[in-house]
Design a protein around this ligand. Structure first.
Ligand code: EPU
Length: 294
């Protein structure tokens, strides 16, 4: 198969994703594309489709576990999509914009719920895809629209209805989210936003290993409302280690990279945790992080 020149450039650019993921593990993809416009994104999707090359989307790499070997697909990184357009009633933000920076701006801009999301790392595209959030606010509190490129390379713009995004899920699988539109609520004063931000940040610092290398919570909470972290702690697994991967001693649903973890270490630890939680609680934990293998 003869691939166009764009692929040769993308092959040259490809580097191990360990350097681009928050947990710091992961091999090299065969091709790495970094478009700086939505039109370029669409073109890459069409090119990959035309040549039968599978494509994956890399946002901030914060909820992602990439395998150690070569990734047999192309990766499209969104970090150069950094639009930031403030209108009277809404704000449009590029997928590559950092979510922590948006959360800080949300205090002044009156984006409801978002000031309650400090300490959530990643890119705007990634948090929309995962519907990230927590007890003080979630992305979907303010999200009203998404721009993106579908699996066939067509640009789309679509509204998001309140309540449409589920727990850690969205309908954007198979698409590249290129930008998100958030509503401004005139009733949200900066004082209210700042107070929520401080409260959420204090709570988060006290309960989660924010400075360690991790992929955030590893498992979804079971549908009965129990906390996966609590179940893992009750199974006495805090501090359990495989190679360089360890169950956090602060919040048991975090697996941290103590220095030289590999994806294989993380996977082996995940399986040990799952098996023990099944044995002790009779609960099958489902992964929250996205897994790229091969
Ligand atoms: N708990 C323990 N031990 C632990 C962790 C938690 O006993 O090791 C207990 C806590 O004391 C608390 C209960 O379990 O009584 C719930 O814990 P927490 O409030 O930390 O919430 P969580 O259900 O463990 C969820 C999200 C987090 C989010 C927090 C805060 C999931 C899988 N996790 O955690 O999201 O930050 O709520 O709102 O939904 C993420 O998705 O990556 C993430 C970090």
């Amino acid at each position: 198969m003869v691939l166009p020149r764009d692929f040769a450039d993308a092959a040259e650019r490809a580097e191990a994703l360990a350097g681009r993921t928050s947990i710091g593990v992961g091999g090299r993809p065969r091709w790495l594309f970094e478009p700086s416009s939505e039109a370029a994104c669409a073109q890459i999707v069409r090119l990959c489709r035309a040549h039968g090359v599978p494509l994956r989307v890399l946002g901030g790499g914060c909820n992602l576990l990439v395998g150690d070997g070569e990734i047999e697909s192309a990766v499209i990184a969104t970090r150069r999509l950094r639009a930031f357009d403030v209108q009277e009633s809404q704000v449009t933000v590029g997928a590559g914009f950092g979510f922590p920076a948006l959360v800080r701006r949300a205090i002044e801009l009156g984006l409801p719920g978002l000031p309650g999301c400090p300490g959530i790392p990643g890119s705007v595209g990634g948090v929309v895809f995962m519907n990230a959030g927590g007890r003080f606010g979630t992305v979907s509190d303010a999200l009203v629209g998404v721009r993106g490129v579908d699996g066939e390379g067509r640009v789309f713009v679509r509204d998001v209805e309140p309540g449409e995004l589920g727990y850690r899920s969205s309908p954007f699988g198979g698409c590249v989210v290129t930008a998100a539109v958030f509503r401004r609520d005139p009733a949200w004063t900066p004082e209210r936003g700042a107070a929520l931000y401080r409260k959420a940040m204090d709570w988060k610092r006290g309960s989660q290993p924010l400075s360690a290398r991790s992929a955030g919570c590893m498992f979804k909470n079971p549908s009965d409302g129990r906390s996966a972290g609590r179940l893992i702690e009750e199974a006495r697994l805090k501090g359990l280690q495989v190679g360089g991967a360890m169950v956090s001693t602060q919040h048991a649903n975090f697996i941290v990279n103590t220095g030289a973890a590999t994806a294989a270490d993380v996977h082996a630890l995940v399986e040990q945790v799952r098996a023990r939680v099944r044995e002790v609680h009779g609960v099958d934990l489902e992964l929250e992080v996205q897994v790229w293998d091969g």
